[in-house]
Design a protein around this ligand. Structure first.
Ligand SMILES: [Zn+2]
Length: 304
């Protein structure tokens, strides 16, 4: 009996997945979640890791399923400089509590910065959102209130949250430590306060468009000349008017890449309705664009 259990335990150890991060040298983006809010895409929801020389430094979005993908990648929350949220929809934020809960067991001591949009009529500001989760007195998970405790006994580390104004018409720098810089601009996603992010590391840059229509000059300006654009292909060409008020059509993505000429593009945020049309969507985006158009998959690493 004991021998059987020992053999079973050994088999379980052998079956544990090997962490699969990005290469030990250079800059790369790992797709943690290439799906959207529907379950019909068979993917984790939105989430991306920026790796620099084998360490995960920036997390953009934390939708459902990305917590597990983060762990499977071998990323360490101790290495993160910042978490940048594009907006507060469930498919972009719901694994944030799971990530922070797991971090409770880790070694991080230095503060962690979270950036996200300021509020709107139907959405709280990001700081209010995080407080609704973790406020030591009133939060849903007040047992993790140490993250927001202003006293010096915060455990295991302090989380600071910055609300990025969404009413301003131009890009702003949200974070700059001399090595990593985060630029952001407000983008149209229906009535949802939403941001696009540009992560700059030295001369290299990645733009995460988030969910948006991609029809505003200021976002084109943010994207111009990036080495990599993570573009969201949430809808097919014949999408409804209400869907087109929220998301970029394939034609809008085509205009974007032809005008701003990123080095390459990864199409992500697939949902059942767009996944069925991956080939035609890719063909529309690739037409007249010189760069490579990749189809994002969970776990994929895209090097710069
Ligand atoms: Zn989304």
């Amino acid at each position: 009996m004991l021998a059987t259990l020992t053999a079973l335990a050994a088999a379980l150890v052998l079956a544990a997945p090997t962490p699969r991060g990005c290469p030990q040298e250079g800059i790369a983006v790992q797709i943690l979640g290439s799906g959207g809010p529907t379950g019909d895409d068979g993917r984790a929801s939105s989430g991306y890791l920026v790796w620099i020389d084998g360490r995960a430094r920036v997390l953009v979005d934390a939708g459902g399923g990305t917590f597990q993908r983060f762990a499977a990648s071998g990323a360490r929350i101790e290495d993160l400089e910042a978490i940048a949220l594009t907006h507060l929809h469930v498919d972009h934020t719901s694994d944030l509590p799971a990530l922070l809960k797991a971090a409770w067991f880790g070694d991080r001591e230095r503060p962690l910065a979270i950036f996200g949009p300021a509020g709107g009529p139907d959405f709280p500001a990001t700081s209010a959102f995080v407080h609704a989760l973790f406020d030591p007195d009133e939060g849903a998970w007040r047992y993790l209130g140490g993250y927001l405790d202003d006293e010096d006994h915060a455990h295991p580390f302090a989380v600071s949250v910055a609300d990025i104004p969404v009413s301003r018409g131009e890009a702003m720098t949200a974070y700059d430590d001399g090595k990593v810089r985060l630029e952001t601009v407000a983008v149209p996603h229906g009535d949802v306060p939403a941001l696009a992010w540009r992560v700059e590391i030295g001369e290299r840059s990645i733009v995460f468009m988030g969910d948006q229509r991609a029809d505003q000059q200021r976002f084109f300006d943010l994207t111009r000349g990036a080495d990599l654009l993570i573009a969201h292909a949430a809808i097919p060409s014949e999408a409804s008017k209400s869907a087109r008020a929220l998301h970029a059509t394939p034609t809008a993505l085509s205009k974007l890449v032809r005008a701003t000429k990123p080095g390459k593009v990864a199409l992500s945020h697939w949902m059942g309705r767009s996944l069925h049309q991956q080939k035609p969507i890719r063909a529309i985006v690739a037409k007249g664009y010189a760069g490579e158009v990749l189809l994002a998959e969970d776990g994929m690493c895209v090097g710069l």
